[in-house]
Design a protein around this ligand. Structure first.
Ligand SMILES: [Ca+2]
Ligand SMILES: [Ca+2]
Ligand SMILES: [Ca+2]
Length: 329
């Protein structure tokens, strides 16, 4: 194929299929960062020029493959464009920033303008954890109604933070005030609570070698046993992911110092292990922003791979003990 260069057409030369990028790179100035509408306009203008010249006209979307590997129409930084990840079509200048480990819009800031926190708790304190910036951004002392501490927390379908204690289900305000929703005599050593997308409330407990999953009637506080969690026992939390799959952490029978991620059938309490997290005493789980996070009694904040169970340490908050966590979005 013939390579055609039109005077004054700089980047449009990139669209001439068959012309190796090196021709362009050597023969022209680097393309300014950011693609984009300007390129599309230039393409149209240059295409018209090519037509007038009677040269081979190429489709304007034929960017050199090596400069747009992800085919999102934004050229890579290496090619002088603004696409800071040319292997991910959701990342480019102008993309929607979202809570993640990635700078989607390539402005060299991550999660700018977004609240990417979830709430974790200790016995009587709430924390806001940003797993991406690796910070504990706030702590709020909770006014406990009696001598019973928080066993776990979660967000209900109205966005209300809920907490369970040994004798009740409570709504918790942002300032840490607790309002009784229902008297609940929770099973011995209840340590997990999760609320699904329909508002159903699940709790898990660990009583010696026995461990069960229950639902709680929000109106009456009555408990219904779903079933026991054998052969596992709840380590410290259960979580409902966005697709209403129930998981919990459970000490690994082969190494009780470390927890497994365990799937729990929310209708039967049947369990199966997903895999080892590699972390111990994972007492809080949070399905937030498309990720599964865990927090531990040692102050660790981890990301857990939902498909393998494997955990990776994000950061460690020295001196803090996390006993529960809520979903964050
Ligand atoms: Ca690209
Ligand atoms: Ca982001
Ligand atoms: Ca950004």
């Amino acid at each position: 194929m013939r390579c055609v260069v039109i005077a004054g057409a700089v980047w449009s030369a990139l669209w001439l299929a068959g012309c190796p990028y090196s021709v362009v790179a050597e023969g022209f100035d680097a393309r300014p960062p950011g693609r984009d509408a300007a390129v599309a306009d230039a393409a149209a203008a240059d295409g018209a020029a090519i037509d007038r010249a009677g040269a081979d006209r190429q489709q304007p979307d034929q960017l050199p493959v090596e400069c747009d590997q992800d085919n999102d129409t934004y050229q890579s930084v290496a090619c002088g464009g603004g696409d800071c990840d040319d292997n991910d079509s959701s990342v480019h200048p102008g993309a929607a920033e979202r809570c993640s480990f990635v700078d989607e819009n390539c402005d060299q800031q991550n999660n700018e303008g977004l609240d990417c926190t979830f709430v974790a708790c200790g016995s009587s304190v709430l924390y806001r954890i940003d797993p991406f910036r690796q910070t504990v951004t706030q702590s709020t002392q909770v006014t406990l109604p009696d001598s019973h501490g928080l066993l776990d927390i979660d967000i209900d379908t109205n966005g209300q933070l809920m907490a369970v204690t040994a004798n009740g289900l409570y709504a918790v305000s942002s300032s840490g005030q607790m309002s009784l929703v229902a008297n609940v005599t929770t099973p011995t050593n209840t340590n997990g609570m999760a609320i699904d997308s329909h508002g159903a409330i699940f709790i898990t407990n660990k009583d010696g070698v026995n461990s069960g999953a229950y639902t709680v009637d929000r109106a009456t506080g009555s408990l219904t046993l779903i079933g026991d969690l054998t052969p596992y026992v709840s380590s410290g939390d259960c979580v409902q992911t966005k697709d209403d799959s129930l998981y919990m952490t459970a000490p690994n029978p082969a190494d009780m110092s470390k927890d497994l991620l365990v799937y729990v059938d929310s209708h039967t309490a049947a369990t199966h292990s997903i895999g080892a997290t590699g972390f111990g005493e994972v007492y809080g789980l949070s399905a937030s922003f498309g990720f599964l996070f865990g927090v531990t009694d040692f102050g660790d904040v981890i990301e857990i791979d939902r498909s393998t169970g494997a955990g990776r340490l994000l950061f460690h908050s020295s001196g803090l003990r996390f006993w529960g966590a809520a979903n964050g979005d």
